[in-house]
Design a protein around this ligand. Structure first.
Ligand code: FAD
Length: 598
């Protein structure tokens, strides 16, 4: 049996001391988001996750979803848990008050995501997609659609989906074949097959709102000819002034997938047959509208990596403290009885790797998420643009680096458990199976790296990159002469220097030959991820040092933070050098063997 307790002290440390969430109430519209309010919301989120979602995690995996003639049944307890989730207001955290939402900061929602995902990743797929659908409708649909659908998505009585993938088209959305033809009444009739649709059909809500990419009859080929449509499972009907699900629309679930993990989340094949559809946004501009949904979703998938990693770490730590095995190499116990495995250096290495990655990943995620709120609400357009640049740059890094990290940490949790980790009953192997998909969906991690190197780096000749390079540079200059900070600052300075050199070299090589950029993309994303987390850890280390003292518990908390910072900078950041060296190796070695010669 696994366990999970929301790490509220660690979360609070990052929010308050590292990313400055206390300033959120200064942003227009977020006046209510005071530290006390945020604390209270997160304490409730912890309760929801620990007592309602987490107890269903292993049973949901074992039972899975069942498909029967167009109907999908989720595992026992899931519909009731969803009802509690919606009644608790967790579907409406960031929704606008005029649509029944609570108008809380996006940052708070990302933290809640982490906590809920740690409890039960499969469950969170449904509200996660609804949140994305809400945002796409809010930003791109006309007022009638907003007024009709947003209150329902906000209160959770209806859920949302994102229908992009087709059998012949995954990463390359230009290959989409689904078609929508205009009808006389201003709506459209949409036909086609979408596959792998998360929560395309389920028994947790009374209606499902599909956001579907399809082509109009006059659409140009490729991604420039894709439009976004809203297709409800049941057409909305009005009764006594209230909206309820009306007649069934022409959309049916034709089956669900049998998958490696995430068994409690239905992955559906959806058949659209002359379904009544409404255009969202302008014709042929569907990719732009869908990107609104995908950018939020990509950060949320990064939180999946982080959330699962936290649970994996907690369980590995608990096991390592309990499992007696082996004798210490030194000291009086060398010939005595077996000691808990946490005493052994190799197990400690694994636990420190997990801890440093999780807490560093959390800092990266929250730092990026704070800028989402600044980009949306800051009164100064220059500040909004700067924050938007940082979010645009770091979204692929948060998505890919944190989901890689989730996989690595979950895998280490199996290793710490030894053979018991490989056995189903302990629940650890489920974490590896569940989190694996996060590196694939919402744009594979390979596609994220291409987005970073091919689109984000060249934008405004490196304008986006400045939002990360400038703060690191300023931090290093500020602490360059401080010998007490050397254990943190020196390794960061070296890695940052390497990142700067590689960036210039790669940009020049990619200009001459785009394959150079593509072949370097994965390593560049990892390099940037490691150095940015290294910067955040160096800051966290110095903050912890400055806060030394206080009660015994506080002193130990900050001392452990400082030691974990040193571990990251001295034992994990060196991986950045390997990525830099791989990039310097160039594309030739990658492409030298012709496809037929493999
Ligand atoms: C459990 C699950 C849930 C999902 N939920 C949804 C959902 O709700 N809605 C939805 O629309 N889809 C969903 N998907 C689909 C998912 O988004 C796709 O699987 C994903 O985008 C990858 O597409 P693909 O599987 O066709 O792989 P492909 O695109 O065929 O990619 C295969 C490999 O080739 C690489 N590759 C492809 N093109 C390039 C390129 N140009 N350059 C370099 N490398 C490239 C990829 O990185 C990958 O490694 C889900 C999938 C699963 C398994």
């Amino acid at each position: 049996m696994t366990t999970y307790r929301a790490p509220l002290d660690d979360i609070r440390f990052v929010l308050r001391d590292v990313v400055g969430a206390d300033q959120l109430p200064n942003l227009p519209g977020l006046e209510e988001a005071t530290p006390d309010v945020i604390d209270a919301v997160l304490a409730e989120a912890a309760r929801m996750s620990e007592t309602v979602l987490f107890p269903l995690n292993q049973s949901g995996d074992a039972e899975g979803c069942v498909y029967d003639n167009g109907v999908v049944r989720t595992p026992a307890g899931f519909p009731e848990a969803y009802a509690k989730y919606a009644a608790g207001g967790w579907t409406s955290v960031t929704a606008e008050p005029r649509y029944g939402g609570q108008g809380l900061p996006g940052l708070v929602n990302f933290v809640i995501d982490e906590i809920m995902i740690s409890g039960n990743m499969a469950f969170t797929a449904v509200p996660g997609l609804s949140h994305g659908a809400y945002n796409a409708i809010l930003q791109h649909a006309d007022d009638d659609l907003k007024d009709l659908y947003l209150p329902k998505l906000s209160d959770g009585t209806w859920t949302g989906t994102m229908c992009l993938t087709e059998p012949q088209c995954g990463s390359d959305l230009g290959l989409i074949r689904a078609k929508a033809a205009p009808a006389d009444d201003g709506t459209y009739r949409l036909s086609g097959t979408k596959i792998f649709i998360t929560a395309g059909e389920h028994d947790m809500a009374e209606n499902i709102v599909h956001l579907v990419l399809a082509r109009l009859p006059d659409a140009p080929a490729g991604t420039r000819g894709i439009s976004l449509f809203l297709v409800p499972k049941f057409l909305p009907a009005e009764e006594n002034g209230a909206v309820r699900p009306g007649p069934r629309n022409g959309v049916l679930c034709a089956g669900i997938e049998h998958k490696m993990g995430l068994h409690a989340s239905p992955t559906c094949t959806m058949a659209f047959n002359d379904a009544t559809a409404w255009l969202v946004g302008a014709p042929h501009k569907g990719m732009r509208a869908m990107f609104t949904m995908m950018n939020v979703a990509r950060l949320a998938v990064g939180m999946q990596g982080l959330g699962v990693a936290e649970t994996a770490y907690q369980n590995a730590l608990a096991y390592a403290r309990e499992r007696p095995q082996g004798r210490p190499l030194t000291g009086t116990g060398a010939n005595g009885s077996a000691v808990p495995i946490i005493e052994h250096a190799d197990v400690r290495r694994m636990l420190m790797t997990m801890k440093a990655q999780v807490e560093g990943g959390r800092a990266l995620a929250y730092w990026t998420a704070l800028h989402v709120d600044v980009a949306m609400r800051h009164p100064d357009p220059a500040q909004r643009q700067a924050a938007d640049d940082l979010v645009a740059l770091m979204t692929p890094v948060v998505k890919a680096h944190l989901t890689d990290l989730g996989q690595e940490v979950a895998d280490l949790a199996i290793q710490v458990h030894g053979g018991y980790g490989y056995i189903r009953d302990t629940g650890i192997e489920q974490l590896v199976r569940d989190v694996r998909i996060a590196r694939i969906y919402e744009g594979t991690n390979g596609i994220q790296a291409l987005d970073l190197v091919g689109r984000k780096l060249p934008e405004g000749t490196g304008r986006l990159l400045r939002q990360v390079f400038h703060p690191i540079d300023a931090f290093l200059s500020q602490h360059a002469e401080d010998p007490a900070a050397a254990s943190l600052v020196t390794p960061l300075a070296k890695a940052f220097g390497r990142l700067q050199r590689v960036t210039v070299g790669m940009a020049q090589a990619a200009l001459a030959d785009p394959t150079e950029g593509a072949a370097a993309a994965h390593d560049y994303l990892k390099l940037l991820g490691h150095v940015t987390i290294g910067y955040l850890w160096a800051r966290m280390g110095l903050i912890a040092k400055a806060k030394a003292g206080g009660s015994d518990a506080e002193a130990r908390f900050h001392d452990t933070k400082l030691k974990t910072a040193e571990f990251y900078l001295q034992r994990i950041l060196p991986h950045a050098s390997a990525h830099a060296a791989a990039i310097a190796g160039g594309a030739t070695a990658v492409m030298a063997v012709e496809p037929e010669a493999f």
